[in-house]
Design a protein around this ligand. Structure first.
Ligand code: SF4
Ligand code: SF4
Length: 415
């Protein structure tokens, strides 16, 4: 699918659409402009993931589905589309932070960052947003792209359930003997500041005085569910549940660091890999990861080393470290079409553009996605696609259409 320019452009040719096109695929014929469908809209590899209101999903699994994607004004409706086979590039990104420069201003730097890298596979002329608000269809090393994270609500029932799931996942217990009629029982030990912070999240808390172990009263929160929450990630839950899960897990296994950021430690490497992608739904951006050297504990040797993930709450940008063409054959490509907004967030937290940038620029509403083109302008699909056969063919088809339909569009200044 591509965008199509239709009848209202005939004899207008004001070219408002041309400058915004990141891939220069709008071309001038004698009486109107046409879009080169081979170049219009450039996009991502099928396995790349994006942030939706129902978790992190790949483009491929959402093909032709509507969803809500994360933008700078919250979750907005979008449809994920498959486009043609194109070559891809691997874009390597490093987290960058703002720091004061010696002249009293600020600048973005990767100096304080780790060796943490994000890799995104996209077409070479994908429409990227840059931190200064500009767009580019030719991303190059040294440029900075913005990140985006959600600002989720933390007061809903879904959030409460997510918190319980996260506390169980990180710090709770589950016992096969305690499955009753398909209901799984989990227990979370509450002590210290967790008592005051989380006791109201539970439907049932069994308090018991154990002054000899912990000062004050320690309690045991009881969580009932239809599955073993110690093993389950909320991959397809809604955004507030995922936020609760991550907050709950951080309360169980995380260490707060400066400025509200966290270091999350676990031997569950798969779960950490998922949080790395999903953290931005809870308002965090993963900017570092690593593995602890020692596997010795007081109880013996761990079967798996502890990995850690650094989740930042401060503003993060991404510096382009390299853009390398892939050697593999051309691949199917996908993108999220986000009406009006034309922007969305990848799972890594990278905020990116999609196209359709020309559509709102047109003063006579001549530009449409191919599948939303009004039926009466169907001939313009052929006219735009004729660009590949040369402008002579385009001009002949436009002329035939204009004569047949007696097109007389008044100039812009006479409207
Ligand atoms: S949709 Fe984007 S790439 Fe396609 S013609 Fe419009 S501005 Fe250019
Ligand atoms: S902005 Fe609209 S009318 Fe103007 S040249 Fe582009 S398609 Fe034609």
């Amino acid at each position: 699918m591509t965008y199509i320019i239709g009848e209202p452009c005939i004899d207008i040719l004001d070219k408002s659409c041309v400058d915004v096109c990141p891939v220069d695929c709008i071309h001038e014929a004698d009486r109107m402009l046409v879009i080169d469908p081979e170049e219009c809209i450039d996009c991502f590899a099928p396995s790349e993931q994006l942030v939706t209101s129902w978790g992190i999903r790949s483009f491929e699994e959402l093909e032709n589905q509507t969803c809500r994607v994360l933008t700078d004004s919250g979750f907005e409706p979008a449809i994920v589309k498959r486009f043609g086979r194109k070559p891809l590039v691997k874009v390597e990104l490093a987290p960058a932070f703002e720091e004061r420069d010696r002249y009293g201003g600020t600048r973005l730097t990767t100096r304080n960052g780790s060796r943490f890298r994000r890799v995104v596979r996209a077409t070479p002329t994908h429409s990227w947003l840059l931190v200064d608000g500009e767009r580019t269809g030719a991303l190059s090393p040294g440029e900075f792209v913005p990140s985006m994270r959600a600002l989720p609500k933390r007061d809903s029932e879904s959030y409460r359930l997510g918190i319980l799931h996260g506390l169980v996942f990180g710090d709770g217990s589950w016992n096969k003997q305690e499955i009753r009629s398909g209901e799984h029982l989990h227990y979370v030990q509450l002590y210290g500041d967790k008592v005051a912070r989380f006791k109201d999240f539970f439907d049932q808390v069994n308090f018991s005085p154990c002054l000899d172990i912990h000062p004050g009263y320690a309690g045991t929160g009881v969580v009932r569910s239809c599955a073993n929450l110690k093993r389950l990630l909320p991959e397809t839950a809604d955004a507030e549940y995922i936020t609760g899960f991550i907050d709950g897990w951080l309360a169980a296994d995380g260490d707060p660091t400066k400025a509200g950021s966290w270091r999350l430690r676990s031997t569950d490497h798969e779960a950490l890999a998922w949080v790395e992608q999903a953290a931005l739904i809870a308002g965090y951006i993963a900017v570092g990861s690593g593995e602890e050297g020692s596997v010795e504990t007081n109880f013996g040797v761990r079967s798996r080393p502890i990995r850690w993930l650094y989740l930042a709450t401060r503003d993060v940008s991404w510096r382009v470290m390299s853009v390398v063409p892939e050697e593999a054959d051309d691949a199917k490509t996908f993108c999220a079409v986000v009406p009006r907004k034309h922007e969305f967030t990848l799972a890594s937290g990278v905020y990116t553009g999609n196209c359709g940038a020309c559509e709102p620029e047109c003063p006579v509403e001549a530009i449409f996605p191919e599948d939303a083109l009004p039926e009466k302008w169907e001939p313009f699909v052929k006219i735009n696609y004729a660009y590949g056969e040369g402008m002579d063919v385009v001009n002949r088809l436009v002329e035939e259409y204009a004569n047949e339909h007696d097109v007389q569009n008044p100039p812009l200044d006479q409207r």
